[in-house]
Design a protein around this ligand. Structure first.
Ligand code: HSE
Length: 436
């Protein structure tokens, strides 16, 4: 059988990894796919990258439209990233009857519903394993491996840059900015680092996981998103003292009233496996009603690790070239006509425990006032730390760990506490998840 012809859009970190691994493992990949897979045409604005990567005998262009409109190409692999022109190119490829493989989480999270509808209409596949958690086959696991289950919840460390920063802050006492610069130099961070540190990248990935887990349309805009930029060295140390680690988690949970979809820093008990996932590594914990808790761990970014997921998709698409569109694995796991309109719930009704850090004047009655407010809002305290002040008249830091509480009640209590004249600045709050 003649080899499948791939058109590659982008020869950056992941594009380079894809070209390298496809070449290195060509023989074994052909044995798995049932036919050869060849990159036939590459669009890149940096032709010198091709020389650097030793790419020979492959057509090159600076105009991605030429690749998308080339009749010899069977599969378009979009590794440009971002919303535009990636969206236009992907839609044009689908219009031309080509299958698409992409690593673009922003594109799928925001425009996935439109792209999948168009792919359905044209009878082509859009595969996106590399969009979430780099090399970890989490889309495949959720969509196929766990297909028997009703998923109860999932929680993931799905941004390697954020995890790298928090790990370095904890292990080496390094500064936030210094670690971020290193992550950028290593090629882990997004072009715009606010996507990593403010949780947008994780929210893109979480909305994809949530859709596949619960059979609902993609709803990035309803994902509660909070980053790690306000976490201090002190918070990392106090969490440790209380027996927890701070991780930037994406959590999606099925509840009686809807689906929780939230990304925020979270205290996790130190002993949990996921609390020990460090550096740029990613991990996703999925709780299914039949299988129980399952954990998926691996590299969430990097050239060859992400290429591993891209090429697995290319092989999958190659295998399905001969199956009719109705009998393929649905893009969002559930048949398109069976997506549910279960609402994404507002944060006010979410229940978690909380870590609170307050800076207070060191005088009589302050603590009594704070605990009275918490008590009035039905918030019970689980643990408490107060460090003695080094100098007379200096503010003291108070750390409180609460029992599980409704977020709306916590917001009411914090507004009252922050209004007290003896409390300085905002109260730092980090949600706590036992993940048991
Ligand atoms: N910036 C992303 C991360 C890259 O740090 O996880 C992989 O999606």
């Amino acid at each position: 059988m003649k080899p499948v012809k791939v058109g590659l859009l982008g020869l950056g970190t992941v594009g380079g990894g894809t070209a390298t691994v496809l070449k290195r493992n060509a023989e074994e990949i052909a044995r798995r796919a049932g036919r050869g897979i060849e990159i036939d045409f590459i669009a890149t604005l940096e032709p010198e990258r091709a020389v650097e990567l030793g790419v020979k005998d492959i057509r090159l262009t600076q105009d991605a439209n030429e690749v998308v409109n080339d009749p010899n190409i069977d599969i378009i692999v979009e590794l440009i990233g971002g919303y535009s022109p990636a969206k236009e190119l992907v839609l044009q490829a689908i219009e031309n009857g080509k299958h698409v493989v992409t690593a673009n989480k922003a594109l799928i999270a925001i425009h996935g519903d439109e792209i999948f509808a168009k792919a359905q209409e044209k009878g082509v596949v859009v595969a996106f394993e590399a969009a979430v958690a780099g090399g970890i086959p989490i889309i495949k696991a959720l969509r196929e491996g766990l297909a028997a289950n009703s998923v109860e919840w999932l929680a993931g460390i799905i941004n390697g840059t954020g995890n790298f920063i928090l790990s370095e802050m904890r292990e080496k006492g390094r500064d936030f900015d210094d670690v971020l610069a290193e992550a950028q130099a290593l090629g882990y961070a997004e072009a715009d680092p606010t996507f990593d540190v403010e949780g947008i990248d994780a929210a893109h990935k979480l909305s994809i996981l949530s859709s596949i887990a619960f059979g609902v349309p993609l709803q990035f805009d309803k994902t509660y998103t909070e980053g790690i930029s306000k976490i201090t060295q002190e918070d990392v140390a106090y969490a440790e003292e209380l027996g927890y680690r701070i991780k930037h988690l994406g959590v999606a949970r099925r509840t009686a009233t809807g689906i929780e979809q939230r990304v925020h820093p979270t205290l996790i008990p130190k002993g949990r496996l996921i609390a020990n996932v460090n550096g740029v590594m990613n991990a996703v914990l999925v709780k299914g009603d039949a299988v129980g808790a399952t954990l998926y761990y691996g590299a969430g970014a990097g050239d060859e690790a992400t290429a591993s997921a891209v090429i697995a998709d290319i092989i999958d698409v190659t295998r399905t070239l001969t199956t009719d569109p109705e009998n393929r694995v649905p893009h969002l796991a559930f048949q398109p006509s069976e997506l549910a309109d279960t609402p994404i719930v507002g944060m006010d009704s979410v229940e978690t425990a909380f870590y609170l850090r307050l800076s207070a004047k060191n005088e009589a009655g302050v603590l009594a006032e704070v605990t009275r407010i918490l008590g009035d809002e039905n918030i019970s305290i689980e643990a408490f730390i107060q460090k003695e002040s080094k100098q007379a008249g200096e503010n003291v830091t108070i750390i409180l760990l609460t029992h599980r509480v409704n977020e709306g009640d916590m917001n009411k209590a914090l507004a009252q506490i922050e209004a007290l004249s003896v409390i300085q600045g905002d109260v730092m709050r980090i949600r706590v998840e036992e993940l048991s």
